[in-house]
Design a protein around this ligand. Structure first.
Ligand SMILES: [Zn+2]
Length: 498
């Protein structure tokens, strides 16, 4: 059983922002979850470095395109560290191996008869690096995404015979109703295809910053083809012994809805043209919006800055907030105030306080050890389905729903403390047995929710498991651990903000 998950590769021209962090954290939660289940897991992210916008920005900055992408790629690589991503590889499309493998793959597409020469004329958005079809043109010949005027371009090009894949794509969509999730995103893709596919430009003649076309060296491949192919080229050189056969098709490719046309239509067609299987599933996530539900932008002043949150509250707090606040797959607002409220209520109070109380009571009433007694039968019953339910939800990339399931168990433990009032039991010598049962159950419940939270908050959960004497005990069960282990007091996991 293997699990291969990807993020889109991020275009290096933009500065890393919350949107990049969001997709990357989602992929990381899933990768960590599958690794914990013992599956062979590969998590790929990286950057897209070719195309016209890079050459324009480099010219404006008075540097070479390579110098520009070298500097910008580092900012994205740094982001992976700050977010605590467990990616197995960071691909750059200027990697020599990537370029070689792109040329090989597309030569095969050419040899298979899916490419022909012609002229392309149409409305082009230089920021999207995309020719627009009639239905994608905004008022006054503008790009509906960038709100800039489109440019009329005519150039010699090699076309990819996308129209020839209409039927095969429609068959793929019909046979695999979960090929694109959520369903509303899939419906948009299917209705776009139902309008009829036209052949698309595979190469550009005017642009030298890209992968040279082997059969027409004065052309480079259109940046989207070069970028899409990263998902398979990476497996050819990411690490020794890695192979396409072992990991392809990818189980899950996470994308934003602005790039679903490329991933749900062009990408499977391109793979078919090269004799490869399409990925198993694409998951289209929504957008994080400003507090007023408007698109985040510096000019509106509604940007939630991931870097300042990580600096003040740590990566775990950001990771927790994004999936608690907005249901993964939908659009939703986030804000600094919203972050603060959830941090205080859920991390500092519900979870952090539960951890501190539990460790303190074990110290005070049980000589700093988890009592080696059986756990409470009722609590055991309430925790029995937790991991199976989390597995089931995360198998569908329902990252928020799985976190909610875990959080209900955090709340259950807080109620368990109130219901059983260990401090009162401690005053009654006759209740000694019940006290040890309650505290052993609480320790085990805390261990279980913390193990479930590991993929979401890898840093603080590891600290807490160590304090519980359970650093190595990451069994995804309740009540199965051998106890009697010493615990240690720790500083608050999530200190209340000043
Ligand atoms: Zn555009």
């Amino acid at each position: 059983m293997s699990f291969y998950v990807t993020t889109p590769i991020y275009y290096v021209n933009a500065a890393p922002h919350l949107g990049h962090a969001y997709t990357s954290i989602a992929a990381d939660v899933l990768a960590r979850h599958h690794r914990m289940r013992g599956e062979e897991t590969f998590f790929l992210t990286g950057v897209d470095e070719h195309g016209e916008p890079v050459t324009l920005a480099a010219a404006a900055a008075g540097v070479s395109p390579q110098e520009l992408v070298d500097a910008n790629a580092e900012r994205f690589r740094a982001l992976t560290g700050m977010l605590e991503l467990s990616n197995d590889f960071f691909i750059r499309t200027t990697d020599a191996d990537h370029k070689r493998l792109v040329a090989e793959f597309l030569q095969r597409v050419y040899d298979n008869g899916h490419v022909y020469e012609g002229f392309y004329e149409g409305w082009y958005c230089p920021r999207c690096a995309d020719f627009k079809t009639e239905s994608e043109i905004g008022p006054g010949n503008s790009c509906p995404i960038h709100l800039i005027e489109l440019v009329r371009e005519r150039e010699r090009t090699w076309f990819f015979r996308l129209s020839a894949f209409q039927e095969r794509l429609e068959r793929l969509y019909a046979e695999r109703p979960d090929f694109v999730m959520p369903v509303h995103a899939f419906n948009e893709v299917r209705s776009f295809v139902a309008q009829g596919l036209v052949d698309i430009s595979l190469t550009r003649q005017a642009l030298s910053w890209g992968v040279a076309v082997p059969w027409a060296p004065d052309h480079t491949f259109y940046v989207w083809f070069d970028a899409l192919l990263n998902y398979v080229t990476a497996l050819g050189y990411a690490r020794p012994g890695e192979s396409l056969e072992r990991l392809w098709p990818a189980q899950l490719q996470l994308i934003g809805k602005d790039i679903s046309k490329f991933h749900a239509i062009y990408w499977p067609a391109l793979l078919m043209a090269g004799g490869m299987e399409p990925p198993c599933q694409l998951f289209v996530h929504g957008f994080l919006l400003g507090p007023d539900e408007a698109k985040m932008s510096k000019s509106r002043g509604n940007v939630l800055d991931p870097f300042s949150i990580i600096e003040s509250h740590g990566a775990d707090a950001l990771r927790h907030y994004l999936f608690r606040e907005v249901t993964f797959g939908q659009d939703g607002p986030v804000s600094q105030e919203g972050f603060q409220a959830r941090y205080d209520a859920e991390l500092a109070n519900e979870y952090g306080n539960l951890a501190s109380r539990t460790l303190n009571m074990l110290g005070r009433y049980c000589d700093g050890r988890v009592p080696a007694v059986a756990t409470d039968e009722r609590l055991r019953a309430q925790f029995a389905g937790l991991f199976a339910r989390v597995d089931e939800l995360l198998a569908r990339a329902e990252i928020s729903a799985a976190l909610e399931e875990i959080w209900q168990h955090v709340r259950r433990l807080n109620r368990y403390v109130e219901e059983n009032a260990p401090w009162a039991l401690a005053r009654d010598p006759a209740a000694r047995e019940r006290l040890t049962e309650v505290l052993a159950s609480l320790a085990e419940g805390l261990r279980a929710v913390t193990v479930a939270l590991l993929p979401y908050m890898p840093l603080r959960t590891a600290v807490l498991l160590d304090a519980l004497g359970a650093g190595e005990h990451t069994e995804r069960t309740f009540g199965a651990s051998g106890w009697g282990r010493p615990v240690s007091a720790i500083a608050p996991l999530f200190p209340r903000s000043a």
